[in-house]
Write a protein that binds this ligand. Structure first.
Ligand SMILES: NC(=O)c1ccc[n+]([C@@H]2O[C@H](COP(=O)([O-])OP(=O)(O)OC[C@H]3O[C@@H](n4cnc5c(N)ncnc54)[C@H](O)[C@@H]3O)[C@@H](O)[C@H]2O)c1
Length: 261
């Protein structure tokens, strides 16, 4: 079996139970990829899910599929974020959780980066999660249950960067730090954790692989394969449900073994 790589099928993953029953969660970046997988998994586990994305058609389709609510919002613009959170809370009734999964990728050496690109990436990947947390925290503090959760989707690149990724890596490193500060400020009612995915098979990576052969990168992964969005969703489920009730402030790598060595 040495050298062979095994990828789970949906049947290999745990069957849905009721681990998110009664919870109301806002998921950003929910139209596709990792955010959509988290939204599907949380809904299958009993959560009410508000789906926020700039891709209105994508979230409307997923809302129909899982019985959630679509909240169209462009996170490249700060105006409108408070209102989007308020609309989401009005739709789902209260707020037990926020998952910041929306993000944009960017490549380029520091000397080549247009300052407008720097501002765009930092806005979507870091400032928007800050504004979403800021707007969501009062609702989460008032949530009826004993605990609420924030989950930020950072990246392995935020922990262990590559050259020519200054915008992306800096935004994702900042998101890790924001999560640690929030975990201290919001305990004990609100737990705050961060997942750092490795390369995951989503439209973002499909776009990347059009310009780059990912094979040499995957050789650095102990498991030597792309991850699946559902594998991130299972880690998110652990952190955002009662199974992770004693876990806060952590940065969890779910990356097939890229960053541990
Ligand atoms: N796929 C990977 O290999 C990988 C690895 C590490 C981290 N991540 C992170 O995981 C998260 C999800 O990535 P993905 O691979 O699912 O990406 P994706 O591009 O497939 O999906 C991202 C989603 O975010 C939404 N989005 C982007 N800009 C937005 C904006 N301005 N306003 C509102 N919504 C916006 C998109 O419409 C899309 O639905 C991102 O934060 C990404 O940085 C992904």
């Amino acid at each position: 079996m040495s050298g062979m790589s095994w990828t789970p099928t949906p049947e290999d993953l745990p069957a849905p139970a009721s681990r998110m029953k009664g919870r109301a969660i806002l998921v950003t970046g929910a139209a596709r990829g990792i955010g959509a997988a988290i939204a599907r998994t949380f809904a299958a586990e009993g959560a009410q899910v508000a789906l926020l994305d700039s891709d209105t058609e994508g979230i409307e389709a997923l809302a129909r599929e899982i019985g959630g609510f679509s909240i169209p919002c462009d996170l490249a613009l700060s105006d409108g974020i408070d209102e989007a959170v308020n609309v989401a809370v009005a739709r789902v009734g209260h707020l037990d959780g926020l998952v910041n999964a929306a993000g944009v990728y960017s490549k380029g050496a520091v000397t080549d980066i247009d300052p407008a690109e720097w501002r765009r990436v930092l806005q979507v990947n870091l400032t928007a999660p800050f504004l979403l947390c800021r707007a969501a925290i009062p609702h989460m503090r008032a949530a009826p249950g004993p605990s609420a959760t924030i989950l930020n989707i950072s990246s392995g690149v935020g922990l262990s960067p590559y050259a020519e990724r200054a915008c992306y890596a800096t935004s994702k490193g900042g998101l890790i730090t924001l999560g640690k500060v929030l975990a201290m400020e919001l305990a004990p009612k609100i737990r705050v954790n961060t997942i750092c995915p490795g390369l995951i098979d989503t439209p973002m990576v499909a776009a990347m692989s059009q310009h780059n052969d990912l094979t040499p990168t995957l050789q650095k992964y102990a498991l030597r394969r792309l991850g699946l969005p559902d594998e991130i969703a299972q880690a998110a489920l652990f952190l955002c449900s009662a199974t992770g009730s004693f876990v806060t402030g952590i940065t969890m790598s779910v990356d097939g073994g890229r960053t541990y060595h």
